[in-house]
Design a protein around this ligand. Structure first.
Ligand code: FE2
Ligand code: FE2
Length: 273
């Protein structure tokens, strides 16, 4: 059986990992110098810098005002969030050109879940909307981590219906654990780590439950609002009860649907920047 956790800790040493991503993963949020270093790494890659700024303007960050450049993004959103955004984008790129079509669909699924998680957080505040958005955006990051580590074996499993079962058979770990380990070892905010780790099994979550419930619900709602093959969540009665318990109505769900449709052109063109 694979040592998934060990392989994840060695992920950044893989020759297939882009240099920018390696450098981003090596930055640590404990010194003033890392603030400058982070901007420097991102600036170095023009398209990454543009994408970070584009994401910083997602609806959940709007309260901070319109972001025009990277310095503003760092200033308004803070080191942690900008670093998380930059790493997220480079992780999605791991799916690369070979899987371009799938990457697009997978990105769309992830972005939609992020968007919905942020909107849910507007209704039932559990943490900042930006953190909820990132939790949603990254919820399935474990799938990309598996792809990066075990591409040939995983690439056909990655979009299968009984995904978590197949992953457990293959690796004795699913994408929830893999995503959690990856984000933890990459020093992501703890709330995001928990939301990702428990997005398919809330019952195990004993901390940061609010954001975990939000991402869990957002993933299931995305299956109703924007059904896709790449989505791995499904609506159920249990989730309907959770929705009602959270005080949300059908009108709220419709509003989320219209927001998702409004963002569609942005989602589509994101990797063409
Ligand atoms: Fe998932
Ligand atoms: Fe998902």
């Amino acid at each position: 059986m694979r040592d998934v956790r060990g392989d994840i800790s060695r992920l950044k040493t893989l020759s297939t990992i882009p240099v920018v991503m390696k450098r981003l993963l090596e930055t640590v949020d404990d010194e003033n110098s890392s603030f400058v270093e982070l901007s420097e790494i991102i600036q170095h890659d023009q398209s990454l810098a543009e994408r970070v700024v584009a994401i910083a303007n997602a609806p959940y960050f709007w309260h901070s005002g319109l972001v025009n450049n990277l310095e503003q993004a760092v200033l308004l959103l803070g080191y942690d969030l900008v670093r998380s955004i930059a790493i997220s984008i480079s992780v999605f790129e791991l799916l690369g050109r070979k899987e371009a079509k799938r990457m697009k669909e997978f990105w769309a699924h992830s972005y939609e879940v992020g968007l919905i998680a942020g909107l849910l957080c507007d209704k039932v505040p559990v943490t900042s909307g930006g953190v909820c958005f990132l939790g949603g955006l990254l919820h399935d990051i474990g799938r990309v981590v598996f792809y990066a580590l075990y591409g040939p074996e995983y690439k056909d499993v990655m979009f299968e219906e009984s995904l978590t079962e197949r992953e457990l058979e293959l690796f004795d770990a699913d994408h929830c654990s893999a995503g959690g380990w990856f984000l933890e070892s990459s020093l992501f905010p703890e709330e995001i780590v928990f939301a990702v780790r428990y997005h398919h099994r809330l019952e195990g979550c004993d901390k940061h439950k609010g954001i975990a419930v939000t991402v869990h619900l957002a993933e299931a709602l995305s299956a109703v609002i924007a059904p896709r093959n790449e989505a791995d969540g499904a609506w159920s009665e249990e989730k309907e009860r959770l929705l009602v318990k959270s005080g949300l109505t059908r009108a709220d769900v419709e509003h989320m649907g219209s927001m998702v449709r409004r963002e569609a052109p942005f989602i589509e063109s994101f990797f063409e920047m």
